[in-house]
Design a protein around this ligand. Structure first.
Ligand code: ADP
Ligand code: MG
Length: 318
């Protein structure tokens, strides 16, 4: 989607210097971000009235080609999709070539099923050149469980023949200490791209749901939790599509009934996370220390499985 005529935030009706600044502070840096915002969000961010917010949004939408596209145009846009390798041939095939930009890929599975390992692998692989299955880009790792390990990145980088120091520099890691912090960090990713000019092509949220699970205990707060997760997922989806980057989120499933929490069989966030993920992969332990990835939900690919192993070099075919 391109601007028809080059217009900036300041050209929108009702946006003076002060409003412009407030919007920018809240992460609304370009016309696209206004076009896809809701009036309520802008009221909150810029302190404008709802009617002014509506006018801004309409003007932003008018200035962009946000209407219908024909199939062939969409097909052309699909050509911008980059597929990042998992390092495993059968896994890549399962995903139609790799983990896609412009989409959210969710891996859910029990503890030890390799959700975090895949996150590390992708953070390295995204840095590979295009012809090696990468996106020649950088990664953001939002770590909620303190499981990001630079030592592991070092191993993986060496295995791919990448310079270790550069590889580590190209991963921006942030510990998220609670769900609000986690959501704020996602909002800040736009700044890294727009203000600091970083070529972020992958955003990892590992784990997507752990904080939400810990903070919202009991039925009384369930609706609130779901609403928050929903907004978080929408923020992520927006990020994926505005910047054509890949979003990888993990979601732990309880193997055993958890006395502290509702339905033990369901992935946390349940259908909210599921409906907002473009691709859903179920990870589990297989025979002889292998791991099995099963694609359970995809807009265009069949349900199928891949088997792989985790070695010193990373994720590998069996
Ligand atoms: P999850 O995030 O799904 O809970 P992880 O991604 O942390 O699970 O997977 C942990 C598994 O990865 C461990 O069981 C371990 O066998 C394997 N693993 C971690 N690091 C290495 C390594 N350096 N070499 C080989 N296997 C490893
Ligand atoms: Mg993990």
């Amino acid at each position: 989607m391109k601007d028809k005529k080059e217009i900036t935030l300041g050209d929108l009706p009702g946006v003076g210097a002060a409003t412009c600044e407030k919007l920018a502070e809240a992460g609304y840096n370009n016309v696209m971000s206004i076009a896809v915002a809701s009036p309520g969000e802008l009221v909150e961010a810029a302190g404008v009235t709802e009617s002014v917010a509506r006018k801004m949004i309409n003007a932003a939408r008018d200035s962009m080609e946000l209407g219908f596209e024909s199939g062939d145009e969409l097909m052309k846009r699909r050509q911008n999709v980059i597929k990042i390798t998992t390092g495993v041939k059968s896994f890549d095939q399962l995903m139609g070539g790799g983990i896609e930009t412009g989409a959210i890929t969710e891996c859910f599975g029990a503890y030890g099923s390799s959700k975090t390992q895949l996150g590390h692998q992708l953070a390295v692989d995204v840095q590979l050149p295009f012809d090696k299955g990468g996106a020649d880009g950088m990664a953001v790792y939002i770590d909620t469980e303190n499981t990001f390990r630079p030592e592991r990145i070092t191993q993986l980088a060496k295995a791919k023949g990448l310079d270790v120091e550069t590889t580590l520099k190209n991963i921006k890691v942030a510990r998220a200490f609670n769900s609000d912090h986690q959501m704020l960090l996602v909002e800040k990713v736009s700044d890294l791209i727009e203000k600091r000019g970083l070529n972020i092509k992958l955003v990892i949220v590992d784990s997507l749901t752990a904080h939400f699970r810990a903070e919202f205990i009991g039925r009384g707060t369930l609706a609130e939790r779901q609403q928050k997760i929903n907004r978080h997922m929408r923020d992520l989806a927006k990020l994926a599509s505005v910047h054509n980057l890949c979003i990888y989120v993990t979601n732990q499933v309880m193997a055993k009934p958890d006395v502290f929490f509702g339905d033990p069989t369901e992935a946390i966030g349940g259908h909210i996370v599921a409906h907002n993920s473009t691709f859903r992969i179920y990870l589990r332990r297989g025979k002889k220390g292998t791991r099995v990835a099963k694609l359970v939900d995809s807009p265009n690919l069949p349900e199928s499985e891949a088997i792989f192993q985790i070695t010193e070099h990373g994720l590998e075919d069996v």
